[in-house]
Design a protein around this ligand. Sequence first.
Ligand SMILES: Cc1cc2nc3c(=O)[nH]c(=O)nc-3n(C[C@H](O)[C@H](O)[C@H](O)COP(=O)(O)O)c2cc1C
Length: 140
Amino acid sequence: MVYFSWSGHTQTVANIIHELIGCDMVEIEPEEPYSDEYNEVVDRFKNERDNHILPALRTKVENMDDYDTLIIGSPIWGGLLSSPVKSFLSGYDLSGKKILPFCTHGGSGTAQSVDNIRKLCPHAEILLFMAVKLQTLGMK
Ligand SMILES: Cc1cc2nc3c(=O)[nH]c(=O)nc-3n(C[C@H](O)[C@H](O)[C@H](O)COP(=O)(O)O)c2cc1C
């Protein structure tokens, strides 16, 4: 499983899945961390979105060939997959692998994130998608 989480919600869900199934788990970390300030994150995200910027990542999975199934967790940002998860998916050839995506969001559901994954991984098989609303986690 790989996931990115800015404010901890996606990490909470990742931890629950990890506890249930005991898979390998890797957190996607950008080389330049996102600010702790919400407004600054929104500005950076908009710049990345509008200029098609994929942030460089510190995280590398050297043995991707060892896995045939990938669980991918992302917050929804502006109706999209978060930029670091886009970066991650664009960095590997996931052809022939199974992808089980999940997202956390504040109300918009999966929005365009499944389409984002389809475009970035055109030859992967995308299975069940899970969307978790913050309120479900007891968060606001
Ligand atoms: C830059 C940014 C954009 C967001 N855009 C949306 C959105 O379009 N729809 C939505 O439901 N929630 C949106 N949210 C809320 C997050 O999806 C939600 O808080 C998510 O659970 C955060 O996950 P995290 O704590 O793992 O970072 C946005 C949050 C941020 C920081």
